[in-house]
Design a protein around this ligand. Structure first.
Ligand SMILES: Cc1ncc(COP(=O)(O)O)c(C=O)c1O
Length: 416
């Protein structure tokens, strides 16, 4: 296995996957020209902020220097202007680091190597999918792929996979090929903290690096965290400021509150109810003939295949919104409609669980969804966005949603 120092240079690139990084990289490449190759991946807005960041800059410069030469090749352009050739050169200069992540249409995230995302450009990247029949991760196929591709990093985690991932197996595969396992638990961090995902399904003991957002099922402020093995900590600590716009004290405080809440019995109860509600929603949809990717759920999300209704994900999403239900369209495995129109709709239960909705109400929601989808048709035979929804169904559904929510006010003590 590579020495930590060598590995962390590569992690700096992994962490540089956010939209913020695109801005940071743009500044970095410009600054690299002006500072004789010393890259400072930050853009302080005020003199005060500049002072605050100088310490960080000092820490950064040794590590960053190594990246500077590679970045200089692309220096005259912004990230969005780089040609395929520029990216190939950059990948080459960074040592053609290989990453293997879950494909977008199988439920992976854009930042796990999708070709249009910076993560898919800075790495020599390949994706793993799911079994075409079951829709589940095929660990044997993944192991074969890893043996053949020999990635430096295997990325596990998802934004639209309704089942559990066995992280013990993922780590075994990573170890076998000498890769580092990075898990992005952004979506299910609340289920980890709430002890619903334990044993082989808890990523933290198995991943060398675990990243998360704090604002999804963890129910904290918008933000993120990186957890890692102790040997990597000094390097991750240096890498992280590279993609931060500024230290936000109020967000740090809110994260502390969220983490304190996550340790309480109430939070465990919330995490357990999220999955109960998700299962109840899935069952309600299945009983009404709706097709679900993988046939159900084990976590906080449910992925509908709306193609049997003759709809794209985009049409279904809009019709549901018009009927009082906020969802988002999402690709399904081997999606014929691509990542823009899609054939799926993704549902998640954390927000409704926080409001206090439970089993029978999930069934009601399933009924509203099935009713709306049945009452929606594409505007024309080839339309992928425009649709027609029966106005009476839309109005009745909005009323049903309003009635459900009226029983669960967001802030009971405040008259909104
Ligand atoms: C798996 C995963 N990782 C990271 C993110 C990034 O979160 P955000 O875009 O909210 O910063 C998301 C958001 O959808 C996600 O699903």
């Amino acid at each position: 296995m590579a020495e930590p120092k060598a590995r962390i240079r590569k992690f700096l690139v992994v962490i540089d996957k956010t939209p913020e990084c695109q801005v940071a990289l743009r500044f970095a490449t410009r600054r690299a020209q002006h500072t004789g190759g010393r890259v400072t991946l930050m853009c302080p807005a005020t003199p005060g902020e500049f002072q605050q960041w100088r310490g960080v800059q000092e820490i950064m410069k040794d590590e960053a220097h190594a990246e500077a030469e590679a970045l200089l090749h692309a220096a005259a352009k912004t990230v969005n202007d780089l040609s395929e050739q520029d990216w190939a050169q950059l990948r080459h200069d960074l040592g053609n680091q290989r990453a293997l992540g879950m494909s977008l249409d199988a439920g992976g995230h854009l930042t796990h190597g999708f070709r249009h995302n910076i993560s898919g450009k800075m790495f020599d990247q390949r994706s793993y999918g799911t079994d075409p029949e079951s829709g589940l991760v095929d660990y044997a196929a993944l192991r074969e792929q890893a043996r053949e591709f020999r990635p430096l990093i295997i990325i596990a985690g998802y934004s639209a996979y309704p089942r559990l991932i066995n992280f013990a197996t993922m780590r075994e595969i990573a170890d076998e090929v000498g890769a580092t396992l990075m898990v992005d638990m952004a979506h299910f961090a609340g289920l980890v903290a709430g002890k619903v995902l334990t044993g082989d399904y808890d990523p933290v003991p198995f991943a060398q690096v675990t990243t998360t957002t704090t604002h999804k099922s963890l129910r904290g402020p918008r933000g993120g965290m990186v957890l890692c093995d102790a040997d990597l900590a000094p390097f991750v600590d240096r890498g992280c400021p590279a993609v931060l716009g500024g230290p936000l004290g109020h967000v740090m405080a809110a994260k502390a509150v969220a983490l304190a809440e996550a340790r309480t019995p109430d939070f465990r109860d919330y995490a357990r109810r999220i999955v109960e509600n998700s299962r109840a929603l899935a069952d309600g949809l299945l009983r009404r003939g709706v097709r679900l990717v993988t046939g159900g759920t084990d976590n906080h999300l449910v992925l509908l295949d709306v193609s049997p209704f003759g709809l794209t994900g985009r049409q279904a999403e809009s019709a549901l919104l018009q009927s009082g239900i906020v969802t988002n369209r999402n690709s399904i495995p081997r999606d014929p409609n691509g990542a823009w129109y899609t054939s799926g709709v993704r549902l998640g239960t954390p927000a409704l669980t926080t409001l206090g909705l439970s089993g029978a109400e999930m069934d009601d929601i399933a009924d509203v969804i099935a009713t709306v989808l049945r009452a929606t048709t594409p505007l024309t035979a080839t339309a992928k966005a425009k649709y027609v929804l029966d106005a009476d169904v839309a109005a009745a559904s909005r009323q049903r949603c309003a009635d459900l929510l009226a029983k669960h006010p967001l802030y009971p003590g405040i008259d909104l």
